[in-house]
Ligand binder design. Structure first.
Ligand SMILES: Cc1cc2nc3c(=O)[nH]c(=O)nc-3n(C[C@H](O)[C@H](O)[C@H](O)COP(=O)(O)O)c2cc1C
Length: 286
């Protein structure tokens, strides 16, 4: 074989091996964050998906309205107006509110690796999200209500899966040391953590630092989204872990971290940048 042909053959071989290795490595690296494709029975047919991106409920699965731009509140206004709000009216949230709160908490914001709205150490995503829906707590587009129950949020399909039917708000209120805002809220988002997902890579640092930090990121996203949509919320860390786990029917590896009630606020918190500027100037004593 002439020298040039041998050279071209070797280069071709190396290129092929490199491409195969690249494809293989991409697959392996994405395994932990690879979207779980819903089983065919879960996928609604084209005729069952209304064009207006409305909610579709198929069996135990709620296909939430798709994430989209909802408000004209800027990020600095959302930060300015974020407040822990504990007094809610008895009005329901809309399914669009719920959809946006869950997306802001942990939804997908990147489509190659399935990265999320909240940052996560090594993209290990240790958190799981439940929603405790009160009876008449969430109204659908047609004026009917989402069935009261406990639902689990599935990030990649932006769906809720019914864990169990029934209004568990009162039980959660008791598990949260009778904090009335849990009982009065239309919904309670409950965040649990599977520490193992992070500690198997980062060890003790994952347990004492990364996972709690990530819960905080998620909580802040919910606060800001709620503020932008003129909803009221507060993060709750005081509750009996075992009782919350039992209410959720959560698997033993999931540790409850936050309860986040959300409702229509009795009063909105509003302040202007001018007021903040005057406050700061006064403190400067100039
Ligand atoms: C880790 C953590 C745990 C909290 N736990 C509770 C709680 O159990 N109950 C409650 O009413 N508020 C709770 N809060 C809310 C704080 O009370 C609130 O953030 C604080 O009073 C400051 O008010 P602001 O959020 O309006 O700025 C918690 C906040 C954090 C960050």
């Amino acid at each position: 074989m002439p020298k040039l042909e041998v050279f071209a053959y070797i280069v071709g071989l190396i290129l092929t091996i490199a491409i195969v290795l690249y494809v293989l490595m991409s697959y392996i690296i994405t395994l932990p964050t690879r979207p779980i494709t819903p089983t065919p029975t879960e996928i609604p047919t084209a005729t069952t998906i209304p064009m207006e991106r409305e909610t579709v409920i198929v069996g135990d699965t709620v296909y939430l309205p798709l994430p989209r731009k909802m408000t004209n509140v800027t990020v600095e206004e959302a930060i300015l107006w974020r407040r822990s709000i504990r007094e809610y009216t008895s009005q329901p949230l809309t399914i669009h509110h719920l959809s946006m709160l869950l997306w802001a908490a942990y939804g997908v914001t990147e489509t190659r690796w399935g990265l999320r709205a909240s940052p996560s150490a090594g993209a290990t995503y240790p958190l799981e999200i439940y929603v405790v829906v009160k009876d008449r707590g969430v109204v659908l587009e047609d004026g009917s209500y989402l069935e009261a129950g406990i639902y689990k949020y599935h990030v990649y399909t932006h769906t809720l899966k019914l864990v169990k039917k029934g209004d568990y708000t009162e039980d959660l209120y008791r598990a949260a040391l009778n904090q009335e805002w849990v009982r009065d809220a239309a919904i309670n988002i409950v965040v649990t953590a599977v520490f193992e997902r992070t500690t198997r890579i980062y060890g003790e640092r994952g347990r004492v630092r990364y996972v709690p930090m990530e819960v905080g990121h998620l909580g802040q996203n919910v606060y800001l989204m709620a503020t932008a949509m003129e909803l009221g919320t507060v993060v709750i860390g005081a509750f009996y872990d075992d009782e919350v786990s039992k209410i959720l029917s959560a698997p033993p590896e999931e540790v409850p971290m936050y309860i986040i009630p959300v409702g229509i606020p009795k009063t909105l918190y509003r302040i202007s940048f001018e007021e903040i500027q005057i406050y700061i100037e006064r403190n400067r004593g100039r």
